[in-house]
Design a protein around this ligand. Structure first.
Ligand code: NAP
Ligand code: HSE
Length: 428
């Protein structure tokens, strides 16, 4: 007997998955045991890139999750509702679920995994982070014996594409964003990508797996790339850095609170993440005793996500074939508690700041005094350019407590010589 799939959605990811399943020669032999039994869509009239019989396609997605014949529900429709309700119904009906929906998992993970555990079924989400990059299963399995201390990712292809082009061409954010939309990389509404929300969903999921606890999405400090200017990219380059939107989860010791954040970051040019360009994604995992492990690959697209979704389906087919009565702890979500998240004021990091000042004697000295008052030690301070009559001063600090740095900045803002502080970025 074949394993019957009910697929919710036949867009980029759904179509790629169906194409892969319909072309199984030369791939894992278990794929031949899978039947594409029902596929749910919004419109039956839309032209499709795959051939499916009229009995397979339906607009009644409820009927798929309620059909006793369906073994695995593959949710690749996206959005929060009705995706959440359909996932919950499928799980309550005893069906395993595969999903690519990071937005739903990051927001409703607690109820989704609780429902799955109660029903004795699995929720698999390899495509939700890093597209085709296998990172979810490695974190759950191969790396789980390590004490993870840092997960650092470039997990949003759209923003990495924009920053890469700003860097290589010296272009403005708005011009590159318009191009990215024309090329289909960025969505018509690019908010989730450029404001860091998509990356926040993804790091919440990775942190939860790496650090064994639930993450409250509201606790993830999130800053996007709209304020990154070509001036800062050029300064960063002169100082030996590239600017990347990093998603970071870090815990110094198993007893410390976790820091989970997304923000544009100056990355040293020699760092492994500095050379990840264009729409590619990469995730660097650091743990003890393994050291550094980096995952790299295509973070989006039909083929990449089809690979990830189908690998989840394959894992579930294997489970269904072995028919075990005991949940496999390496596939199930084992944690129930929320992680304690450290406030940003406690973060220890380096900062880059750009000041526009009146060109008066002693300004650099005053800046240094304000920083010194709060124990902020400077790694470099340069005055290289002018914007009109205003001098441009760029500062890179040593590691500093973010709260102290902010206090120093508040004092600096009050200095009469300071016109504005156009940029403030963290440094890896
Ligand atoms: P998409 O191209 O917009 O496709 C969505 C599909 O779901 C369409 O087939 C649509 O039907 C169907 N659908 C949506 N809402 C529906 C509703 N209420 N009732 C019935 N059918 C509905 O989306 P996608 O790019 O494949 O993304 C799917 C999921 O994968 C999202 O959660 C996304 O975040 C995630 N993901 C995507 C990528 C990527 O590269 N695209 C990468 C990683 C993760 P119609 O075809 O009839 O309109
Ligand atoms: N919008 C996402 C990105 C798609 O740009 O990375 C993959 O999740």
């Amino acid at each position: 007997m074949g394993v019957k799939l009910g697929i919710l959605g036949l867009g980029t990811v759904g179509t790629g998955t169906v194409q892969l399943l319909q072309d199984s020669a030369g791939r894992h032999p278990l794929l031949q045991e899978i039947e594409i039994y029902r596929v749910g869509v919004r419109s039956l009239d839309k032209p499709r890139a795959v051939e499916l019989s009229t009995e397979v396609l339906t607009t009644d997605l409820e009927s798929i999750v309620n059909d006793p014949a369906v073994d695995i529900v593959v949710e690749v429709m996206g959005g929060l509702e009705p995706a959440r309700s359909l996932i919950l119904k499928a799980l309550s009906n005893g069906k395993h679920v595969v999903t690519a929906n990071k937005a739903a998992i990051a927001r409703f993970g607690a109820e989704i995994f609780t429902t799955a555990n109660q029903a004795g079924v699995y929720v698999m989400l390899e495509a939700a982070v890093g597209g085709g990059i296998p990172v979810i299963q490695p974190l759950k399995q191969s790396l789980s014996v390590n004490r993870i201390h840092t997960i650092t990712g470039i997990v949003n292809g759209t923003t990495n594409y924009i920053l890469t082009r700003m860097q290589t061409e010296g272009s403005n954010f708005n011009d590159v964003l318009a191009d990215a939309q024309r090329l289909g990389y960025a969505e018509a509404d690019p908010t989730a990508d450029v404001d860091g929300l998509d990356a926040a969903d993804k790091i919440a999921i990775l942190a939860s797996l790496g650090f064994g606890g639930r993450i409250n999405l509201q606790d993830v400090y999130t800053e996007g790339i709209r304020q990154v200017s070509k001036t800062d990219i050029a300064y960063a380059e002169k100082l030996g850095f590239v600017i990347k939107l990093l998603a970071i989860a870090k815990r110094d010791t198993p007893a410390s609170p976790l820091s989970v954040r997304v923000h544009p970051t100056l990355v040293p040019q020699a760092h492994p993440l500095a050379s990840i360009n264009g729409v590619y994604n990469a995730i660097l995992v650091e743990g003890e005793p393994v050291g550094q492990v980096m995952f790299f690959g295509p973070g989006a697209g039909a083929g990449a996500t089809a690979s990830a979704v189908t690998s989840d389906i394959l894992n579930l087919v294997a489970v269904l074939k072995t028919n075990t009565a005991v949940a496999n702890p390496l596939l199930a979500c084992a944690h129930q508690e929320y992680c304690q998240i450290a406030p940003m004021a406690e973060l220890i990091t380096r900062f880059y700041a750009r000041f526009l000042t009146n060109d008066q004697p002693g300004v650099i000295g005053k800046l240094g005094t304000c920083f010194g008052n709060y124990g902020v030690s400077l790694e470099s301070i340069v005055q290289t350019g002018f914007q009109g009559k205003l001098a441009e001063i760029v500062v890179v600090t040593h590691d500093v407590r973010e709260g102290n740095f902010r206090q120093a900045l508040a004092e600096i803002r009050d200095l009469s010589a300071i016109e504005s502080i156009p940029s403030l970025l963290r440094v890896l």
